[in-house]
Design a protein around this ligand. Structure first.
Ligand SMILES: *Cc1c(COP(=O)(O)O)cnc(C)c1O
Length: 226
């Protein structure tokens, strides 16, 4: 028996995720092609990422600008069609770099960042798809705008020409996530945006049944982070 290669493992994990997505979309009568799987590759280096690219994955997520800038330009040179999403907090002074590097930004959560992104977009002419991150569990020290600030922030983004595709959230750790996913979906409906970035390795099935359009999966694809 030939031993399992990293590429077999990556392909198996990817098809396992695809099956979970398929089950969740079947239950909720959705089209699986409406769900974008973002492979969150934070902390993983190129040798761990290559097998997933070989298995056909093209959309990746990172949570830090610096880390992404260090590894993706080279990975992108060898593969066409790579799409890179920023899923972590963004400092306003890194807005230029983020706009240059990423195709989507999931963590827009305050007016100063909207202003910095608008400036960076006007300067470069590049307009990554943006999501407003909502602090859905109203947790101290968690990223995302608080619920009462959401309407104002969406209005500011629209006025500034920052394209908002939808909302993003990370539910509170250790609590049943479904009510938070349902709330995020309701907020998106109320505010007329269609994108829903929600669901991670442990709960993306539930997120898909509740309307997720973008799921952010790290551990289930790459294994545990160090
Ligand atoms: C790390 C991270 C993920 C992926 O989490 P897993 O549990 O490893 O799937 C998703 N979203 C954000 C914002 C993250 O920081």
């Amino acid at each position: 028996m030939p031993s399992e290669t990293p590429s077999d493992t990556a392909a198996a994990r990817l098809s396992g995720i695809r099956e979970r997505i398929a089950r969740a979309t079947a239950i909720s009568q959705r089209d699986p092609t409406d769900i974008q799987l973002i492979a969150v590759s934070k902390t993983h280096e190129a040798p761990a990422i290559h097998p997933l690219i070989e298995a056909g994955q093209r959309v990746f997520g990172e949570n830090r600008v610096q880390e992404a800038a260090a590894k993706w330009p080279e990975l992108r040179q060898t593969t066409s069609g790579i799409e890179l999403h920023l899923v972590g907090q963004l400092q306003s002074n890194k807005a230029d770099e983020a706009v240059a590097l990423f195709d989507a930004i999931h963590s827009v959560d305050r007016p100063s960042l909207v202003a910095a992104l608008a400036k960076a977009m006007d300067k470069t002419g590049k307009r990554p798809t943006c999501f407003v991150q909502v602090n859905i569990g109203d947790e101290l020290q968690k990223g995302g705008c608080v619920l009462v600030d959401l309407p104002g922030l969406l209005a500011e983004a629209r006025n500034a020409g920052v394209p908002i595709a939808g909302l993003m959230a990370v539910p509170p750790l250790g609590l049943e996530p479904a009510p938070y996913f349902a709330l995020l979906a309701k907020l998106a409906r109320d505010h007329g945006v269609t994108g829903l970035s929600m669901g991670m390795s442990d709960d993306f099935d539930t997120a898909v049944t509740l309307g997720a359009t973008h799921i952010r999966v790290g551990t289930a694809l790459f294994g545990a982070r160090a």
